[in-house]
Each structure stands twice: as C-alpha cells, then as structure tokens.
Design a protein around this ligand. Structure first.
Ligand code: SD4
Length: 318
C-alpha cells in the first residue's frame, strides 16, 4: 500500500506527481521531496518557498524539515534566505549524523557549499502583498499573522517506509530570525514507519506547546486510528490553551498510519487537505468541526476553480 497526505489544497498538483512516483515503486522520500518542491516553486502560494511572504524587514526567511520514519534520520533548516528549495536542503541535512538543524547564515553556508540553487525568493507580488498588508493594519483591526499556509506531508511507499516533510515562509510579518514549529521534529512533523506520521500547520508558537505531531504518532502507537488521534490532539490542545491562556491559535493536523489510513483535524473553519493512496484517487477535501469530530467533504469543482483564480488574481498596490 502506498499513500500521501498533505495540508491544504495547494498540495494537489504536488500529490499528482508524488502519486506517479509511489505507484511506480518510487520511495516515500522522493515522493515527498518532489511534491513539496512543486509547492515551493509555484509563485502564487504566498506562504511557501518562492513568492512566500516576507518578515517584518521584507526578507523571505524559510523553514523546512524532513524526517525518515525508518532510519529516524532528521534534517531541518530555519530562517534560511535565498535558496530555491528548502525541502531538498533539509533532506540533504538528514544524511548527517550530527548538525541536522541549521539556521540562518549557517544554513545558507551549508546550502551554498552543497551546491543548492540560489534564488531571490522575494517576488514583486509578495512585496505588493506586504505593502498592502501594512496599510490594512493601519486601517483595520486584523492580525498580521492571518493568511498562513504551511505545507506539511506524510508519505508511505510500497516497501512500508514512511517520510514526513514540511516547508513554509512561516508567519507573515514575523520578526527576523523567528523560527516556527515547521522545522521542529515532533511538533511540525514526526514519523515512525512502524506506526505512522503526522504534520501540523497553524500558529507555530501554540503548536509547539502540544508537540502535536509526536503526540499523534504516540496515540496511533496505542492503537488509536489516525482520525481519532488527530481529533484528540487538536481538541485537547485547543481546550487546554483556551483554559490556560484565554485562547488558542490555529491548529490543523494531517496524519497517516503505515496501512495508508488517514485522519485530519482542525480548529479553524476553512481548512483543506489533499490525500492520495493506492485505493483512493488524489482528492482535495474541506473539513469542518462538529463537536469534537470532523466532517470531511470533497471540495467542489467550483471551489477548486475559485481557489486558484483567487490566488492568481492580479494584485495592485492599495
Ligand atoms: C509557523 N506553523 O511558522 C507555521 C505557519 C503555518 O499555516 O503553518 N501556517 O508557525
């Protein structure tokens, strides 16, 4: 059995490519790297890779991670500037015995030495978004952090090996040097081929408080289904944060076990995800919470079309 699950609709095209790889006996690692690169390279997704929104100083700083669930190899980068594919750099770091998580100039020096493609990741469109958002912030009461969509994935190949990966430009208008949950093993992602894997998106500062991806895998190891595990972790953390701190940030988690069964939970209203397995064609779902359970609905054609139209709409400076 092969399978791959990812946060958000934006992963759909990447999952088409990953499905091809996995159905032809490719590895979970190649599938996930290919799928995440597809998202990183698409200039209209403004929260991952090229075209990602910048930090407060108008610089695009990227976080990414890669974990192999069979060998437990881990690699990650934080606050990396000017390289095209953070996921590939994270994967390359996962081959090291030590020095697996590098940040800032150290990560850039490593990527340069290892021959990764340099690229200015700040697009004109992202600059316009930035300027408009600064104006909106002056005029309306909106959070500078809204509109963030990290890509996180878990994949399973026919040999039973599992891999998890993440890639993000983090929170829009974040401080220079801020690193979120996405490159943090256990929080942004975790995978154990003997059990399954999980990946999270949302407010990193809150996701880290629940070490959510590890927690989901731990519960699956105790025989919870992926859906039961993600619901428990998402809603328990949401409740605990609300009780202790007055509110909870966005929490969305996708998971897959080593049989290709999957689950998704979210405490926000507009979460979408993409999933493909050997017995389930690549499909985008939208999901809503009812009590402490989720209801997943296949995204309509109209919604799918609007999604891309909206993302690619010409953007003018306000
Ligand atoms: C972060 N968790 O940097 C990321 C942002 C994110 O959907 O997931 N956005 O905190």
């Amino acid at each position: 059995m092969w399978g791959i699950i990812a946060t958000w609709r934006m992963a759909k095209e990447g999952l088409d490519k990953a499905s091809n790889i996995l159905s032809q006996q490719g590895t979970a690692g190649d599938a996930i790297e290919t799928a995440i690169k597809e998202v990183e390279d698409f200039p209209y997704y403004k929260s991952v890779g090229y075209g990602g929104l910048p930090n407060k100083d108008m610089e695009v700083e990227l976080d990414a991670a890669y974990m192999d669930g069979t060998t437990f190899d881990i690699g990650a980068i934080g606050a990396l500037k000017d390289f095209a594919n953070p996921i590939s750099i994270a994967r390359s770091l996962s081959k090291n015995k030590v020095n697996n998580l590098l940040v800032g100039s150290g990560a850039e020096a490593y990527a340069h030495k290892a021959g990764f493609e340099r690229k200015n990741m700040l697009t004109e469109r992202a600059k316009t978004h930035f300027k408009n958002r600064v104006k909106d912030l002056q005029e309306f009461e909106i959070s500078p952090y809204s509109g963030h969509d990290t890509v996180g994935m878990v994949s399973l190949d026919n040999l039973g090996n599992m891999v998890a990966g993440t890639s993000t430009s983090g929170l829009f208008m974040k401080e220079k040097g801020r690193v979120g949950d996405s490159p943090i093993i256990g929080s942004g992602l975790y995978v154990d081929s003997e059990v399954g894997g999980a990946s999270a998106t949302g407010l990193g500062e809150d996701l880290m408080k629940g070490v959510v991806s590890y927690e989901v895998v731990r519960l699956m190891k105790e025989n919870l289904s992926p859906q039961e595990a993600v619901e428990k972790v998402t809603f328990d953390l949401d409740k605990e944060l609300t009780e202790r701190r007055g509110s909870s940030g966005d929490i969305s988690i996708v998971a897959m076990n080593n049989k290709g069964e999957w689950g998704v939970a979210s405490n926000i209203e507009n979460f979408s995800f993409s999933v493909a397995t050997q017995i389930h064609e690549n499909t985008v779902y939208r999901t809503i919470r009812e009590g402490n359970h989720m209801i997943h609905t296949v995204a309509s054609e109209e919604w799918m079309k609007n999604y891309l139209t909206e993302r690619m709409r010409p953007l003018e400076e306000k």
